[in-house]
Design a protein around this ligand. Structure first.
Ligand code: SF4
Length: 88
């Protein structure tokens, strides 16, 4: 039921909800703007372009973090946590 009727799920169906660069992107019907969870976690905005996309304004920051993490010898697994003030 929640999958079919939940407002959060329905808000992101199709492509009409997308802002640019996704709205004008030739891949919008293929990846549907990427991951909404990653957009929320990094941009604090579930409508933002997925930060893993090179067209995202957060991509450089994500890439820098990934480069830093991959260069580290500390291999402890750390779960992502959304700051309390960003939780719904
Ligand atoms: S996430 Fe990137 S590739 Fe996908 S639709 Fe948006 S701009 Fe295009």
């Amino acid at each position: 039921m929640i999958w079919q009727f939940g407002s959060a799920f329905n808000a992101f169906r199709g492509t009409a909800w997308m802002p640019d660069p996704c709205q004008s992107c030739e891949r919008r019907d293929i990846d549907f703007g990427g991951c909404r969870c990653q957009a929320m976690a990094m941009a604090g905005d579930p409508t933002a372009t997925d930060p893993v996309c090179s067209r995202s304004s957060f991509h450089a920051e994500l890439q820098a973090r990934a480069d830093e993490d991959s260069a580290s010898t500390d291999v402890a697994l750390v779960y992502r946590r959304m700051p309390r003030e960003q939780r719904p």
